[in-house]
Design a protein around this ligand. Structure first.
Ligand SMILES: Nc1ncnc2c1ncn2[C@@H]1O[C@H](COP(=O)(O)OP(=O)(O)OP(=O)(O)O)[C@@H](O)[C@H]1O
Ligand SMILES: [Mg+2]
Length: 610
């Protein structure tokens, strides 16, 4: 036992050390990978500017390094030797290098800010494009707020990291090198004492702090994402929050998240703040040591007053860049955690893409066919659709009916390739929709969704969405056919009235009619319509119905029907039950079958307007 324990504990410490070393390597390679990626993708167009900035920073480092030399000369030549010529030359030199230093600092800062801002805006542009182009399955699985936070917080943090790192690495590190070289030329023994005290202690304390910052900063940014989601959700559902009397609970929930953000931010800030005093204490120790050893050497006659003063000036000048370099590790770690989130979005691969040999969809008659379609949402255990076969003949209206959750909306999602089928296929005029370009597929059909979505813009622009500069008369014609013209004219600014965020300033029925007018104006050969389930009063119901009938006329229409009148006018009806087609036929045929449809009809349309 007693013989075994030391060896096993040795082994553990060895393993631990190995582990720590490995983690350190990983972290370092991730930091390097991040910088490399930023350089490759976002900084590349500005490399020449970075080159100029680096040059400016070399000048800054050189001029900072020259200052202690002037001090040394001033004391030895002017004060001790009383050299008249030096009395003029030294101050002139100091002024000259100070001006050079100021100009270089200005230039380098302006360039770095410009490069930082430009690369962030390019990054944000890419992020946004990634979101808009991304598969619904992926984008839908993320929280809105988390996206916003990555967009605003992580992207800018990444910028600060990149510019911070470049400045630290070039300007500060070079300044330190220049000053230390000066120290060695003045007196190598003193310089050696200084480097032995400061460098190793500084490095080891900074490593520890860097780790703390990285974790805390990652957690802080994640919580910030949660906060954004909470704010977006609360504002979106404010009526529900108030209706259920949940204001206090909502405020408290936000308070908890805000507290957590504060906690993580403070941890990171404390670690960062600790970096400066650590360096300050070290500087104090160093200065004490230098006064002692320097004074000793002066007494021995090995160090002039000027050399001593020059040395101390260098010591004081090295302090600020040293502090910045010490902070570099923590800033870098924050950037790595922000970069991980940003690039996770940028690297997301899409499944729904144009095939390389994709052709344009050619709509001749507009026949739409679902052939044994099976589909399962990634997050669900059971398929939403099994072996569904539906045919929509040219120019006809086919209605889909079925209980809530039976898979009706899913079928429309597949028809537009928002998702791809897992089995079977969908054809339009004999062309598999997977073999044609997404753009041509989506151009061929107009979609009206279950809950119509309007943009925070004017009524006219909402109707014209997706059309290139349609004429006002075309917009009004579409609105008239959608039975929307009259209510639009009644609004204060007519077609120029803004509808508010997601159309909040319109009623449900009005929003639907604007959405129908939009589809009307698109004038696509195929219509995909998800009727709203929400009950409308008889007058608006009548208006929406009129709008729909004129929209469906002459188009191949696949309609999820909740209104009896739509169903009655359909050429054929398919009944879905738990993702399977269980019956099909006309209204009269299905009623006669006395099956699922007859049942549904009895329940849903008991007091309908038949
Ligand atoms: N994005 C999604 N992720 C996971 N499951 C989903 C998603 N959308 C729908 N589902 C599930 O798929 C099934 C079919 O939903 P679908 O929206 O097609 O029903 P529906 O027939 O349109 O119902 P309703 O009449 O209520 O609109 C449901 O069980 C639903 O919970
Ligand atoms: Mg639905």
């Amino acid at each position: 036992m007693s013989q075994e324990s030391p060896s096993s504990s040795e082994l553990t410490t060895h393993n631990q050390r190995h582990d720590i070393q490995q983690r350190y390597q990983q972290r370092r390679s991730r930091s390097i990978a991040l910088i490399e990626r930023m350089l490759r993708s976002y900084l590349r167009p500005y490399l020449w500017l970075l080159g100029i900035s680096i040059l400016a920073n070399v000048i800054i480092a050189a001029t900072t390094g020259a200052l202690p030399w002037f001090i040394q000369q001033a004391i030895d030549k002017v004060f001790t030797e009383q050299d008249q010529q030096m009395l003029v030359l030294i101050p002139a030199g100091v002024v000259a290098i100070s001006i050079m230093r100021g100009l270089s600092t200005y230039g380098s800062n302006v360039i770095m800010s410009f490069v930082g801002q430009r690369s962030t805006s390019n990054l944000q542009r890419d992020l946004f494009a990634r979101l808009v182009r991304g598969d619904l399955a992926y984008v839908g699985s993320q929280h809105t707020g988390a996206y916003i936070s990555i967009f605003m917080n992580d992207a800018t943090r990444l910028r600060d990291t990149v510019s911070g790192i470049i400045i630290s690495l070039v300007r500060h590190l070079l300044t330190i090198v220049a000053l230390i070289i000066f120290m060695f030329t003045v007196n190598w023994q003193l310089a050696l004492i200084y480097t032995i005290i400061v460098v190793p202690m500084g490095i080891s304390s900074m490593r520890k702090l860097g780790k703390v910052t990285r974790t805390a900063s990652r957690q802080g940014l994640e919580e910030t994402g949660g906060l954004s989601t909470l704010i977006a959700e609360t504002l979106g559902g404010l009526r529900i929050v108030k209706a259920y009397g949940q204001e206090e609970q909502q405020i408290e929930r936000a308070g908890t998240v805000i507290d957590r953000v504060l906690e993580f931010t403070m941890t990171a800030l404390r670690a960062r703040a600790a970096a400066s005093p650590a360096i300050e204490a070290l500087a104090g120790i160093a200065i004490g040591a230098i006064i002692y050893f320097g004074g000793y050497q002066a007494i021995q006659g090995n160090l002039s007053a000027g050399e001593f003063m020059g040395f101390v000036t260098a010591l004081l000048a090295v302090y600020q860049p040293l502090r910045s370099v010490a902070n570099m590790q923590t800033i870098l770690q924050e950037g790595v955690s922000a970069g991980a989130r940003v690039f996770a979005i940028l690297d997301q691969k899409d499944d729904i893409l144009d095939k390389p040999e994709a052709s344009q969809l050619a709509v001749t008659d507009g026949v739409m066919k679902f052939d044994n379609v099976t589909f399962q949402y990634a997050t669900r255990a059971a398929p939403a659709l099994h072996d569904v076969s539906i045919e929509v003949p040219a120019g006809q209206t086919v209605a889909l009916v079925g209980a809530s959750g039976s898979g009706k909306s899913t079928l429309l999602n597949l028809a537009l390739r928002f998702f791809d089928t897992d089995g079977g296929h969908i054809e339009i005029d004999g062309q598999n929709i997977r073999d044609v370009t997404l753009l041509s597929l989506r151009n061929a059909s107009a979609l009206v969704t279950q809950d119509p979505f309007l943009f925070d813009d004017t009524v006219a622009n909402n109707i014209a969405y997706g059309q290139e500069a349609p004429s006002q008369s075309a917009i009004e014609e579409a609105a008239k056919q959608a039975a929307a013209h009259d209510f639009i004219m009644d609004m204060p600014d007519g077609y120029e009235t803004r509808v508010g965020e997601s159309g909040a300033r319109l009623s449900g029925g009005q929003k639907q009619r604007v959405a129908i007018a939009r589809a009307m104006l698109k004038n696509a050969p195929i219509l995909l319509l998800d009727e709203a389930t929400s009950a409308l009063d008889t007058a608006s119901e009548q208006q929406v119905q009129t709008a729909l009938s004129s929209l469906m006329k002459g188009r191949t229409s696949l309609v999820i029907a909740h209104r009896l009148s739509t169903i009655m006018h359909a050429d054929n009806i398919y009944v879905l039950d738990q993702g399977r087609v269980c019956e099909s036929g006309t209204h009269a045929e299905l009623l006669a079958q006395n099956g699922v449809y007859a049942d549904l009809h009895k329940k849903q349309f008991a007091n309908g307007d038949g």
